[in-house]
Design a protein around this ligand. Structure first.
Ligand code: ZN
Length: 357
C-alpha cells in the first residue's frame, strides 16, 4: 500500500447512522439500511437484508450485486470490486484507497480496508474466520496492524462459542430422520442466503432428500453461476413434500404450514440456539447452533491477529465485548446501541465517535 497515509495528527470521525456507519470526512457509508445522500459512496458488505437498502449506486463484490439483483428486484448500478484490487475513490475532502477483503460470511461477503490521510481502517461487516463451504475464506492479512478496526460483535459474550459444525450437522440429520420416521415433515428454518446452502451441503452427506423454498432456489442458482457446486434440491411443492426435508426462511413458515398436508416439525439453525430458551421463544421443536458469524473465540482471535491501535465494536453484544477487550488491555469502544435491547430508535440514533489516529 502507498505510504501517503502517514499523517497521524488528523481526526477520523465515525458516525453510527441509518443502521450503518458513516465516515463524513470521506463521504462514505458502510452498510446503511436507508438511502443516503446521492453524493456519498455506499459500501454494501454482503446481501443480507440488515445490511442493504434500495441504493441507486453502491460498491460491492460481483456475487453480492447478483444476490441483490435477485432479492430486491430493482434497478441499480453496482460498482463491482474484486477482492484485493485497490481503487482510489474521491471525496469532498480528498481521495482515499478502498480494498475489499473476503469476510468468510456468505458468498461475496467483504470487509472494507480504507487507506486515508488519517490512517488505515478495517470495517468487517459480518464475518467468519473458520473456513466455511459457502463463502470465500476470510483473509484479513493486508489489514494487520491497521489503526482502527471497526468490527461486528454479534456473539460478543464468552458463552457463544459454537461446537464443531460436523457435530451440529449430525444432530440436524438425526432430528430429520426421527421426524420422517414419525411420518411428519422436518422443516429447517434458516436465512435464504448462506445458512440454507450450508444446511444443504451438510444434509447431503446423510443422503436426505431436500426440498427448498423458491427464494432459496433462486440464490442456489447464483451460487452455481459463481462456481459453487450444490447438490440438486427440489423446489417446494406441497404435493411432493412427503418424505422430504424442507428448508425455508422463517418469514415463509406460516404460509408453508397453511399449504402442507403433513404434520410439520420445525427447527431453527442459528447461533442463538446455544441459548436453551431460544427454541421456546421461537416456538419451534428444536434449535441447532449453526452460524455463519464469528463466535466469541473468533472475535477475540481477529483482534489478536490484527493488533489495531483502536477497536470500535458494533452490533450484538458490542458494549460487553468492548469492555472485555479493555480489561485485556486493548483500546476499545462501542459505536452502536446494543441490539439486544431492541430499541426502536436505533435507526435514528446518531452517536458520534472520534478517533484520533
Ligand atoms: Zn449477514
Amino acid at each position: 500500500m502507498s505510504g501517503a497515509f502517514t499523517s497521524k495528527q488528523q481526526t477520523l470521525k465515525l458516525e453510527a447512522k441509518f443502521g450503518g456507519v458513516c465516515l463524513p470526512g470521506l463521504s462514505l457509508w458502510l452498510d446503511p439500511q436507508r438511502q443516503v445522500p446521492e453524493d456519498g459512496h455506499v459500501f454494501v458488505s454482503h446481501a443480507h437484508s440488515d445490511h442493504v437498502a434500495r441504493h441507486k449506486k453502491f460498491i460491492a463484490t460481483t456475487a453480492t450485486a447478483l444476490f441483490l439483483k435477485s432479492r430486491l428486484r430493482t434497478t441499480f448500478v453496482p460498482e463491482q470490486f474484486d477482492f484485493f484490487r485497490s481503487r482510489i475513490l474521491e471525496s469532498r475532502t480528498g481521495s482515499f484507497r478502498l480494498t475489499l477483503l473476503p469476510a468468510g460470511h456468505v458468498l461475496g461477503s467483504a470487509m472494507a480496508l480504507l487507506d486515508t490521510d488519517a490512517g488505515r481502517l478495517l470495517y468487517t461487516g459480518d464475518f467468519k474466520l473458520k473456513p466455511c463451504p459457502i463463502a470465500e475464506n476470510c483473509d484479513f492479512s493486508p489489514a494487520k496492524h491497521c489503526d482502527v478496526l471497526v468490527m461486528e460483535t454479534t456473539y460478543g459474550l464468552p458463552q457463544y462459542v459454537f461446537p464443531p459444525e460436523d457435530e451440529v450437522h449430525a444432530q440436524i440429520a438425526s432430528f430429520c430422520k426421527e421426524t420422517l420416521a414419525a411420518k411428519a415433515t422436518p422443516v429447517l428454518l434458516a436465512s435464504s442466503l448462506g445458512k440454507s446452502q450450508k444446511l444443504i451441503l451438510g444434509l447431503a452427506k446423510f443422503g436426505l432428500p431436500i426440498m427448498v423454498h423458491n427464494t432459496i432456489h433462486a440464490l442456489n442458482v447464483i451460487y452455481q453461476q459463481m462456481g459453487f457446486a450444490l447438490p440438486h434440491c427440489e423446489v417446494f411443492h406441497p404435493d411432493r413434500l412427503r418424505g422430504k426435508v424442507l428448508i425455508c426462511p422463517p418469514s415463509a413458515a406460516r404460509r408453508i404450514a397453511a399449504q402442507c398436508p403433513t404434520e410439520l416439525r420445525l427447527a431453527v439453525a442459528s447461533g442463538w440456539a446455544l441459548d436453551p430458551r431460544c427454541r421456546f421463544r421461537l416456538g419451534v421443536h428444536a434449535g441447532f447452533p449453526l452460524s455463519n458469524h464469528a463466535d466469541y473465540s473468533e472475535l477475540v482471535r481477529l483482534v489478536e491477529c490484527i493488533e489495531p491501535r483502536l477497536i470500535v465494536t458494533l452490533h450484538g453484544f458490542a458494549s460487553e465485548f468492548a469492555s472485555t477487550l479493555r480489561a485485556a488491555g486493548w483500546n476499545a469502544q462501542t459505536l452502536s446501541v446494543p441490539e439486544q435491547l431492541d430499541l426502536p430508535l436505533r435507526l435514528s440514533s446518531n452517536r458520534l465517535c472520534s478517533a484520533t489516529i
